[in-house]
Design a protein around this ligand. Sequence first.
Ligand code: ATR
Length: 285
Amino acid sequence: MVDSRETVNKAFVIGFPIKHSRSPLIHSHWLKKMNILGSYTAISVQPNDIDSFFEELKLNKGSDYLGGNITIPHKEKAFKWADAPDEIAEELGAANTIWFDDGKLKATNTDGFGFLANIDQAAKDWDKTSKAIVLGAGGASRAIIQALRHRGISEIHVLNRTVARAQELADRFGDRIYAHSFDALPEVIKDAGLFVNTTSLGMNGSPVNFIDFSEMDEAAVVTDIVYVPLQTAILKMAAEQGFKTVDGLGMLLHQAVPGFEKWFGKRPVVDNELRNMIIADMENH
Ligand code: ATR
């Protein structure tokens, strides 16, 4: 028999496409492990249907779903439909986590939190530096730049194929964020303590041009938000040049923590058991 709480305590992830999302696996693992009756399911919502999805969700004021995650391409819409986005979502103009509180739809963006929690766990003291290099200027880059700013990293160099997009971020986030083309890398990488790839370079094993990391600070950390494969071409090059690397899977796992806690009332833990389960799933597909 299905316990009624399983059909009442419901959360979702919406996106398009959504088939490959690993979020249901992560949240179902935590529900089971923590003995919480509830469910978390992936719902495919096409761009044309997103407004009616939010309309209906808000009409039900949480009686249907407690809330959910929002992924590409609906994060901006989620922000717009929220009654009360927090400061982080407000600054980004995008939300990836929503929940009902007293009938009001609240929203935040946990990508930056996930990014920081991942490197904090894997490379303690990475934030002793004042200079970071960020490759890419899309949605993920925006959340990461915001997180780095909040953490107090004072000088951030954003390098992008389309420099105008990097410039937009520099204008948005203010002082000491510098926009460049990729050509500037050899010059700006000098003494940097953090290198982050937020582009799709290296995804699914695609080759990446050689990057010389040798001028970075000797304690520098290189990280990638791409996690398929776990050791991307960029991480491999950095490791071969003697730098500490942090893969991107942890960001995916950690960004899920605040949503789970909002909907189901308990804070879950990101541990090796969860990580290994997701790795096994990746190997099976
Ligand atoms: P996300 O939300 O995942 O950040 P996005 O907003 O589409 O996705 O951003 C993708 C980023 O990867 C951008 O910085 C993009 O560069 P452009 O702004 O020039 O498009 C970058 N990117 C994607 N494919 C790339 C490639 N083949 N070479 C270099 N950069 C690439």
